[in-house]
Ligand binder design. Structure first.
Ligand code: SF4
Ligand code: SF4
Length: 250
């Protein structure tokens, strides 16, 4: 297996994929490029990705951050962003890649599930409805095309278990769009801390909510989740951030 970067490799090509159009793709230990895509990436993680990985690894948010992630302020959004810390070696390997593949496969990030499909959401100016648009990412090193069963983008998403994570990403993107529109630039340091907690540190979010410390805004968002389920708390946290930062704005 050769996983060295090829300096002569060309830029990825995006090829539009119509909703009913089928493509063939198969990836596994048999492909010559196995693991090649798990290196030299900037792998941003959504709050949903972080929760999936933390749950899989049984790590608290501070432990996960210390071992695997970097936290910074998004230059565009002014919101906290987390990315995976890749090894500092020349190949910059993902911390979860092993010779036999992805060690967190069942909980891998949504972008890893989606590859080689790229997805964008478009909002109609006429009726405000959202529609999905797809493309295939064609990269010279990736040898997975033209093998395996033919699928549409929707079938690919279902087969990779990516739909739930995409819906969570869409909720986050809606929040970011609102932030860019109403409050461009950085948040106040205290606000940034609250957002980091609501996005990534759900244990603390639960404690603060239970103690009534969330600036009095939580009562007007929605009832606190009557469950320990972290995914319910993640959705609640996003709704709380939205309400705390933007009030009733849509
Ligand atoms: S999380 Fe898994 S699939 Fe994604 S880059 Fe890392 S090793 Fe590869
Ligand atoms: S076929 Fe593509 S997705 Fe699969 S390991 Fe090779 S480069 Fe990665």
């Amino acid at each position: 297996m050769n996983i060295e970067s090829d300096p002569s490799e060309t830029e990825p090509e995006l090829v539009a994929l119509a909703p009913e159009e089928r493509f063939q793709f198969s990836c596994g230990p048999d492909v010559a490029c196995f693991n090649h895509c798990c290196q030299d990436l900037i792998q941003a993680l959504t709050p949903y990705d972080v929760l999936m990985l933390r749950t899989h690894l049984k790590l608290s948010w501070p432990e996960f951050l210390e071992r695997y992630a970097a936290l910074y302020t998004g230059p565009g959004s002014g919101l906290p962003v987390v990315s995976l810390r890749f090894a500092p070696s020349r190949e910059r390997l993902c911390p979860f890649v092993t010779p036999s593949g992805c060690s967190v496969y069942a909980s891998r990030p949504v972008s890893c599930r989606l590859y080689p499909v790229a997805r964008a959401l478009h909002r109609s100016r006429q009726d405000g409805r959202l529609s999905e648009h797809f493309a295939l990412i064609r990269e010279a090193h990736c040898k997975g095309f033209d093998q395996g069963p033919a699928m549409t983008a929707h079938q690919w998403i279902a087969s990779q278990g990516a739909r739930e994570g995409l819906e969570a990403s869409d909720r986050l993107m809606a929040l970011i769009a609102l932030k860019n529109r109403l409050r461009p630039g950085r948040l106040a340091p205290e606000e940034e801390k609250w957002v980091v907690m609501a996005f990534y540190d759900l244990d603390r979010l639960k404690q603060e909510a239970a103690a009534g410390h969330l600036k009095g805004t939580h009562v007007s968002v929605a009832p606190l989740p009557d469950t320990a389920d972290d995914f319910a708390w993640l959705n609640w946290g996003l709704a709380w951030v939205r309400r705390a930062l933007f009030g009733d704005a849509r």
